[in-house]
Write a protein that binds this ligand. Sequence first.
Ligand SMILES: Nc1ncnc2c1ncn2[C@@H]1O[C@H](COP(=O)(O)OP(=O)(O)OP(=O)(O)O)[C@@H](O)[C@H]1O
Ligand SMILES: [Mg+2]
Length: 218
Amino acid sequence: MLVTGTGTGVGKTIVTAAVAAAAAAAGKRVAVLKPGQTGGDSDETTIRQLAAPAHAATLVSYPDPLAPAAAARVSGLPPLDLDDVINALDESFDLTLVEGAGGLLVPMGPGWTMADFAEKTGAPAIVVARAGLGTLSDTALTLEALQRRGIAGYVVIGAWPAEPELVHYTNLDDMPGQLHGVLPEGAGGLEPGVFRRSAPGWLTPALYGTSDDPREDV
Ligand SMILES: Nc1ncnc2c1ncn2[C@@H]1O[C@H](COP(=O)(O)OP(=O)(O)OP(=O)(O)O)[C@@H](O)[C@H]1O
Ligand SMILES: [Mg+2]
């Protein structure tokens, strides 16, 4: 599965860790792949700490916090190649989660985005969305871009506020597509054992969770 989002900083890494933890709790062997890491952070490290998947890897890390294609250009390091990402997938795992960088149409390498990855592999996409004002259009745009490529989309709210306001509740009602998860704000800061025990309750069975209606659990 591809883990994409409506933009950068929406919670893709925490959602990836949650789905990995839920799938592992359901007995699946899970691999996580971060094709292009940019800036100083390591999403792989965060995911390893929170979810301890059977396998986790980063293909390339670029120092500058830019889209991967631009980060490759300014660093002089080789750009990411779509076929290299596809070749890095190992079919022996029950589930491989591939976390993009930023939103769906971010230039990953010369002439390709994570939408091309999903189209070429047939991978469905988790669309991580914000809870606050502006999320309805961002989410609808991402779902529309997936739909025209024949890619299935599963919407997950990356960080549901501890003190929701009216706009969060109306967004929850009006969120386009099918809502398959809601993670609480602060989930990424939970002690890993608590994170792993909690993760299935944030997600529907389609994402290896146990919640039949994530709207009801907030
Ligand atoms: N549910 C959550 N609980 C705690 N922190 C969160 C949650 N969701 C997001 N964050 C925090 O918000 C920031 C952005 O989240 P995250 O790194 O997961 O975004 P991303 O979509 O993976 O971004 P990128 O495009 O850089 O990979 C991080 O500092 C993360 O710790
Ligand atoms: Mg991330």
